[in-house]
Unconditional design. Structure first.
Length: 304
């Protein structure tokens, strides 16, 4: 399939399936980045919904989520995902785990976004979406039965890199057994979000919603600070009370205590990170002194 263009308009691009297609193009013409966003976002919402048995949604920009959330309905899940960071979600790519209904289609009709991937569309919904962006809104229908090959292949500057796909199960057993179930749910959701976010990544969550994502930073403290600032901004629009009971996930080991001090400033009470760094004992001591329950998952979740 010929794509509209590559990462930039001056680059031509195409896509070739390695077997069956994981999606069908229902409306519009995808670009290279559209497909990167769509396929990454679809994996996130599919895994989150399968894990929790609820509709899941993600708002993606530049191959990382601006927001992700669970809810009782697909429309509510997307509203929560987009509301986490509406500035970053401007012009997003939408992914939802369940078929798009009329309520969600009506919301999307009034928002600035580039496209959507979902496992189905209720009657009349595609017609509503097709009119967006002067008919250029991209609608993809995911095949929920599709499973990719175990090997992932990437070609970079004349080299072919191959690795096993990251499908390690992320489970409750990786977290402190004494955690409240709401905290365990948020940390587990944060681990799923981190798996599909450009590293380095820190995710802050509350009430089954990612309220702050610090992605793609070279320094982990910058990830923590960025996620915290976004979480504070989200909370300040809702309450004048201090932000509390926040769950935080780090995709890599936390290397310095400064991350814990910064996290505490933003109401973090529960933390999941791989552990195993030289200063992990210092990090654990800082968590204990600040009342943060720490779970060492033993699992790094880098994505590049």
């Amino acid at each position: 399939m010929q794509l509209r263009y590559g990462m930039n308009p001056h680059q031509s691009a195409s896509v070739t399936p390695l077997g069956q297609w994981p999606f069908t193009v229902v409306c519009g013409s995808p670009s290279y980045i559209n497909l990167l966003d769509a396929l990454t976002a679809w994996q996130l919402v599919r895994e989150a919904s399968s894990t929790f048995g609820l509709p899941a949604a993600a708002s993606f920009k530049h191959v990382s989520p601006a927001g992700a959330a669970l809810a009782d309905t697909v429309s509510a899940a997307y509203v929560r995902a987009r509301d986490a960071d509406p500035k970053s979600s401007y012009g997003d790519f939408v992914a939802v785990s369940h078929p798009v209904d009329a309520e969600l289609a009506d919301r999307l009709r009034r928002l600035v976004c580039d496209g959507i991937i979902a496992p189905g569309y209720d009657e009349g919904v595609v017609g509503v979406l097709a009119g967006k962006k002067r008919g250029n809104f991209l609608v993809l229908e995911a095949d929920p039965t599709f499973e990719p090959a175990d090997a992932e292949v990437r070609e970079v500057y004349g080299l072919r890199l191959t690795q096993h796909r990251d499908h390690l199960p992320l489970t409750r057993s990786m977290l402190d057994p004494d955690l409240p179930e709401t905290a365990a749910r948020d940390l587990l959701l944060g681990m799923i979000v981190a798996r599909y976010t450009q590293s380095n990544t820190v995710v802050m969550l509350k009430d089954a919603m990612a309220i702050g994502i610090g992605a793609g930073q070279q320094s982990r403290i910058d990830c923590t600070r960025l996620a915290g600032e976004k979480a504070d901004l989200w909370w300040s629009a809702r309450s004048t009370d201090p932000l509390t009971d926040v769950a935080m996930v780090s995709d890599g080991a936390i290397p310095f205590v400064d991350n814990i001090i910064e996290a505490h400033r933003h109401g973090v009470r529960y933390l999941a990170e791989p552990g195993g760094s030289l200063r992990s004992p210092d990090v654990a001591a800082a968590c204990a002194s600040l009342g943060i329950t720490l779970s060492h998952t033993g699992t790094r979740l880098f994505r590049h």
